[in-house]
Design a protein around this ligand. Sequence first.
Ligand SMILES: Cc1cc2nc3c(=O)[nH]c(=O)nc-3n(C[C@H](O)[C@H](O)[C@H](O)COP(=O)(O)O)c2cc1C
Length: 205
Amino acid sequence: MQEPDQVASSLRRTDGCTHVLLITTGSVASIKAPLIVGELLKYQDVRVEVISTKASTAFFDVQAIRDLGSRVWKDEDEWSGTYKIGDPILHIELRRWADIVLIAPCSANTLSKIAHGSCDNLATSVLRALAPSTPTYVFPAMNTLMYEHPLTAEHLRVVREVIGYNVVGPIGKTLACGDVGLGAMTEWRDVVKIVVDKYNLSLKE
Ligand SMILES: Cc1cc2nc3c(=O)[nH]c(=O)nc-3n(C[C@H](O)[C@H](O)[C@H](O)COP(=O)(O)O)c2cc1C
């Protein structure tokens, strides 16, 4: 765990770079997180930071993301010990840092929390503190019946129409649980493509 001032200095923005904040939540599709980070880092002048909910980290190896040169922030990083007035606050530093936020995958639970304005973990605190001008993309990923639950449609409506996020997917396929239908996260390459196209990124030479 880093001291607050170390956190702030390590989250300085770099001029000319695109700062991508990837939020992963407790869906099986979190296994794609290292692929998304690795692919984004193939492009010039891209920086990636990852925030993962507690449930999300069950699905991928955090070290794999560190090995790619990125970091995974967890809830406990927000609480480094005794807070003193003037200390940087992690969720504020992360939202200042981000040019674009991808919630990929977005679980039914986190979707519900966003729609209700809850901010009881690092991921949702960042989102609640985010400037409305920061482009934010939600990639729902859940079991078909979770997706078809009437509350999901209502949460997606709020997220789109009230908060102004972009909702992409889900797609239909055979899900990890064996059910066939809508609910899978958009293909990870298409998640990356949104950032590449938006910022006109070029591959490193
Ligand atoms: C193996 C496993 C797979 C899961 N897959 C999903 C999923 O794809 N989508 C989803 O919304 N929830 C899924 N869940 C349930 C979430 O992990 C659970 O609702 C959790 O509280 C989400 O927390 P978070 O939103 O803070 O990440 C899964 C749970 C388990 C045990």
